[in-house]
Design a protein around this ligand. Structure first.
Ligand code: NAD
Ligand code: ZN
Length: 359
């Protein structure tokens, strides 16, 4: 079976393109309750960008602190219930922030029209109705959440996305000026998510000429940004990183992620580690699977003076390691891609526990 995926309907790219939002939204404003819900990373509260949000008096702006935890099903349900009961159905949702805010905007847009808790819809094609119009403005680049067809949510049982065609943004505004303020460590970890997406997409049975073309270009951009002569957080590199993030996301959409993301999901679900940081923690130990990628990643760590902690598994209990291994094992599509259709003959909970013990 071949994948048949929907892309973002409209994309605008360029410095200053944030200011096109008013014009873009004006045609949509007449829909439903005729107001917009803006979900904005709370980093931007009291920052100049907030004054550039083209909100009208009837609009609702919610500043959300994404640092304590990754988006949860409860958070989405509560936000939806609060807005519906106080204001009714918005004309659209606008997300301004990183992967967390992208996922909140995508998820809440779907949950405005799908009854019950978002826990009911964690998985592939479980959503019953299209959501409302949603527009994404990434302010940190790397996860590819701006282009993906999933909104990753942590629920009481699963960390799993609301994954379907309707999840994909109707519109994305890619303005590289917005990522200039990202602190170096987050710039590194989130950018490495793109790098790892590409390495994993390329190394597995689902890779094809289409996913390869995106990964090849995104990898080239990552190499320039993180290893090239002009590497570092410059305007020129921000222009590139925003495109690399998008292309890395498209590459994995047409292929798949692999061992690093499987292990990373275990770290996030059981220990609460953030996605991009968890990927970096895992990737350094995966030379058996991604030899050249891990070597290059180590050079990037050195170049940007990023130190990842060593021997962390010594602080974990056997129960924690088993629980993480179970989370990772239950991502068969990733193992299938990375190891092959006979992956169950090669990978067991024990194999995965041994991988975690390298950490
Ligand atoms: P994030 O949204 O979690 O934000 C990380 C930090 O950067 C926060 O402290 C935030 O306040 C800060 N920040 C954001 N923009 C900034 C700016 N311009 N200046 C200064 N600080 C800024 O970051 P992320 O790494 O992009 O996203 C991680 C989330 O994305 C996780 O919840 C993960 O599950 C999700 N994710 C989703 C997908 C998908 O396809 N939907 C893919 C990968 C990861
Ligand atoms: Zn990722």
């Amino acid at each position: 079976m071949h994948k048949n995926f929907k892309n973002i309907e409209k994309t605008v790219y360029g410095r200053g393109s944030f200011d096109m939002m008013d014009e873009i939204l004006s045609a949509k404003r007449k829909e439903n309750g005729k107001f917009f819900l803006y979900v904005v990373d709370h980093y931007f509260k009291d920052k100049p960008l907030t004054n550039r949000i083209p909100a009208k008096p009837e609009d609702v702006i919610k500043f959300i602190d994404v640092d304590p935890f990754e988006p949860t099903t409860g958070q989405i349900d509560d936000l939806r219930d609060e807005i519906l009961s106080s204001r009714g159905l918005p004309a659209g949702v606008i997300g301004i922030g990183g992967g967390s805010i992208m996922d909140i905007a995508k998820a809440v847009s779907l949950m405005f029209t799908n009854e019950g808790s978002s826990t009911l819809y964690q998985g592939l094609n479980l959503i019953k109705k299209p959501g409302i119009y949603h527009l994404g403005v990434p302010t940190i680049s790397g996860t590819g959440a701006e282009v993906s067809m999933t909104a990753v949510l942590t629920g009481p049982v699963k960390k799993l996305g609301l994954k379907c065609e309707w999840t994909v943004f109707n519109q994305v505004i890619l303005d590289p000026e917005l990522i200039a303020s990202v602190p170096t460590d987050k710039w590194f970890y989130t950018g490495m998510d793109t790098y790892i997406h590409c390495i994993e997409s390329e190394n597995g049975i689902l890779n094809n000429a289409y996913s390869h073309a995106y990964a090849e270009q995104a990898l080239k951009l990552c190499q320039e940004i993180y290893l090239g002569e002009k590497s570092g957080q410059t305007a020129e590199n921000d222009d590139k990183l925003m495109v690399a993030s998008l292309m890395g996301g498209l590459s994995l959409t047409y292929s798949e992620v692999g061992v690093c993301h499987a292990l990373s999901y275990g770290l996030s679900k059981i220990l609460g580690e953030k996605h991009c940081y968890a990927n970096c923690l895992a990737f350094q130990h995966l030379e058996d699977y991604y030899k050249n990628g891990v070597k290059e990643f180590e050079q990037m760590l050195i170049k940007h003076r990023i130190q990842l902690p060593k021997n962390i598994s010594q602080g974990w209990t056997n129960e924690q390691i088993t629980a993480m291994a179970e989370v990772a094992y239950n991502l068969p599509h990733m193992w299938n891609h990375a190891v092959g259709t006979d992956w169950k003959e090669k990978i067991s909970i024990e194999t995965i526990k041994e991988l975690y013990k390298r950490f």
